[in-house]
Write a protein that binds this ligand. Structure first.
Ligand code: UD1
Ligand code: UDP
Length: 373
């Protein structure tokens, strides 16, 4: 039996880990210990996902909470080191690009524990993004790299990382397929908010580069206010965005919008799949828009998920001025042909492939660099 310590702490990581944890639980040769770093801690940002996605209760909660980058990352590392020394796992499993990912990679690497990274090879080529720093370090330290797409594999290759790289598709596609039916039956969010299918826009904003810059934040929300005069806009608001709008005295821009607290995954699927258009700066939601075949406007200067743009489902305004955001929305909200399917995200079984590959690598100590003694 091989022991895996999974390190998760932020909302998208709970969602990505859910199908993989389920596969590990079914596997006769693997045992998982879940560590919640505590990076996200509000019930609507954390517990609801464990409940809805039936993720096992974490074995440890490091209760790191919110802080500056160094403090948050450092605190997770200090507490995680104790857990890793006690548990002595065969492998540490990390997801995505958050400070929890970085802390997991650094703590494991210093203890010479092999690291498996789900969502390896994503790049924005913007080193001002905390996520870009986290990903580059995590990939450099990882032994097994699960790249979702061809582009991700190529990005790793350009950095000289070719060993231990597996193209496995996207675990978020697995989850989207798994919960679509359940969301259709169980979510009442449209009725509760008095929304009609395909007659509203869903928006989410939380990226630091947007929330922490007053000019960008004001421009984004002013554009949303203008568009909301024509079609209702619902926005489940991230706590970071709520805090920054208030700090910059921009709360009034929320008044014309349907503002709700962050929602659980089932309500989110329902809001996404019934929206006429999605406007977001989220990594995960850009792809989910495609999974549910809803056009998307991404409020970023670049995207890691280039396939969504190439296939015509996603567009990035050339700058985040009110005028450019509005024209991207006008462009995407009218139905047009020519959108293509994306085969890159796999067959909905990425989590099975990941679990089997981790097991193969750990049992055989082959196919990956630096495994074992
Ligand atoms: C983090 C990730 C980001 C990811 C996002 C997913 C990093 C550097 N960023 O950003 O890549 O896209 O999660 O949502 O790891 N807060 C609460 N309650 C919570 C959590 C946060 O109120 O449960 C507030 C706090 O004021 C906190 C702020 O949100 O300071 C930011 O939280 P933090 O975890 O530092 O970063 P995110 O913006 O959530
Ligand atoms: N999500 C959710 N409820 C919300 C907002 C987002 O369930 O109120 C889900 C969303 O469907 C996706 C994931 O959270 O699966 C994306 O997380 P987020 O946007 O916070 O982070 P990112 O993907 O940008 O790292």
């Amino acid at each position: 039996m091989k022991k895996i310590v999974t390190v998760i702490g932020a909302r998208p990581q709970f969602i990505k880990a859910a199908p993989v944890s389920r596969e590990i639980a079914k596997h006769s040769q693997l045992h998982e210990v879940i560590v919640h770093t505590g990076q996200h801690y509000d019930s609507g940002m954390s517990k609801i996902f464990f409940d809805e996605l039936e993720i096992p209760e974490p074995n440890y909660n490091l209760n790191a909470g919110s802080a500056s980058h160094a403090k948050q990352t450092g605190e997770i590392m200090v507490e995680l080191e104790k857990v890793l020394e006690k548990e002595k796992p065969d492998c540490v499993l990390i997801y995505g690009d958050t400070n929890s990912t970085l802390a997991g990679a650094l703590a494991a690497a210093k203890l010479h524990i092999p690291i498996a990274h789900v969502e390896a090879g994503l790049r924005s080529f913007n080193m001002r993004m905390p996520e870009e720093i986290n990903r580059i370090v995590a990939d450099r330290l990882s032994t097994i790299l699960f790249a979702p797409t061809k582009t991700a594999v190529q990005n790793l290759k350009k950095e000289g990382i070719t060993e231990g790289v597996f193209k496995v598709g996207d675990v978020m596609y697995d989850v989207a397929l798994m919960y679509k039916e359940k969301a259709n039956h169980n979510s009442n969010i449209l009725q509760n908010l008095n929304l009609k299918p395909k007659a509203y826009i869903l928006a989410t904003v939380h990226r630091a580069e947007n929330t922490d810059n007053k000019e960008r934040l004001e421009s984004i929300f002013s554009a949303l206010v203008q568009v909301s005069q024509e079609i209702p806009i619902v926005i489940p608001i991230h706590p970071r965005t709520k805090k920054m709008l208030s700090q910059f005295d921009l709360d009034h821009l929320l008044n014309p919008l349907t503002v709700i607290t962050p929602v659980g995954f089932l309500d989110m699927i329902s809001l996404e799949s019934n929206a006429k258009l999605i406007i977001t700066d989220s990594g995960g939601i850009q792809k989910e828009a495609y999974f549910h075949k809803v056009p998307c406007v991404t409020l970023r200067d670049e995207t890691e998920w280039v396939e969504t743009v190439e296939a015509g489902w996603n567009i990035l305004p050339s700058t985040l001025s009110i005028k450019n955001i509005k024209s991207s929305i006008d462009n995407m909200i009218v139905p047009h042909d020519g959108k293509k399917n994306i085969s890159e995200y796999g067959d909905g079984n990425s989590s099975t492939h990941i679990t089997n590959l981790v097991n193969d690598c750990l049992q055989s100590k082959k196919g990956s660099k630096g495994l074992g003694d």
